[in-house]
Design a protein around this ligand. Sequence first.
Ligand SMILES: Cc1ncc(COP(=O)(O)O)c(C=O)c1O
Length: 411
Amino acid sequence: MTLDLEFVRGQFDQLADDPTFVFASNAGGSLVCNQVNSLLDHYNHHTRVQPYYPFSPSAEAGVAMDRSKRLWADGLAVDEDELTLGASTSLNTYVLSHAIGGAWGPGDNIVVTNQDHEANVGAWRRKAEERQAEIREWQVDPESGLLDPEDLYALLDDNTRWVFYTHCSNVIGTVNPVAEISRGVKSRSAARTLVDGVAYAPHHVCRLRELGVDAYVFSLYKVYGPHQSLLYVSRDMQDSLQSQAHYFLADDVSKYLNPAGPQHAQVAGCAGVIDYFTALHEHHGGTGVTTDEQVAGAHALMHAHEQALTTPLIDYIEHHADLRLLGKRHTRDGDRAPTIAFQPLRQSSASLAAALVAAGIGAENGDFYARRLIDALGLDPADGLVRISLLHYNRMEDVDRILRALNEALA
Ligand SMILES: Cc1ncc(COP(=O)(O)O)c(C=O)c1O
């Protein structure tokens, strides 16, 4: 069964605005699917009042918000009270750092990487400094930007409280083996793990318990949804969290990590992403009954198509003498997202990105807020890398256009 791209593209009205434009900056933020836009539209037109009062349309507004939480809990195969919908991943990690960091002190240590987006580094580092806990850095290979789990294991000891790392780099696009790392960490220490799934979830929404992590976070505006971020914190951690909510809400765990309060319409819109996955699954004759099965079915189709898009790009960049490819150099293992970053060796990243844009390809250059990674790779942070990032709604003809444009710009 292959992905019906016409059906897929029909779920994203924005793609019809300019069918010749190749959108290749999806790692910055995806297009929003029609299911989400319909829910946002309905909420704003008909139920835009303070939710959860016992009258219409306030009660309906609350029902719409609850539906999002329920569908996402089912999709991720976790419980609703383990999820917080916050304004962004940067904000969710910031708030969580206050909820967990108060327990750190001198003698403790935490591990962060230099591969991550700063949203999954800075908040933990700042809190550790404030608490006088030691910060250990799990470092990338300076040539490829890849992380080796063995290097992490060498950093762990009895005083390691947390390990923070990314499921997939938003720059070099290679997936870290989270379930394997969870087992490795737990067999060597009592450390908790938080994984940043922002660059992975657009390609694969996971059943979170299978990953063996204590916390997981990703941004829904990169997964076809509204500007929201989902934070999972496992139930067994909840007693140790320091509530960040108003004091009189201290009995309600679902509010612990959301001092800003929920963004009502945006929360209601989040259900549309799961509606989209379900529609995709059903359209292709999927037989999954539960929401997580339907999400998994949709992602299997998306993955196969994305793999087909990624392979010729990786092959081209890997074999071009004037380009330095970062991340894994092939797609054979199926752990390479179509987020591809490279350094032009005979021109700046800015000039190559500008040539792509002039050819009608929405690509970009920069540090993508993974500044520590750019530094570790020995790059000029002002110029950074060129990044091409695709999603399952991109076409093979988009890849052909990118390859032609690269050929011309590098000639
Ligand atoms: C891997 C990764 N983590 C975290 C973030 C931050 O997400 P947010 O914009 O929701 O704060 C980003 C944003 O680009 C990202 O790519």
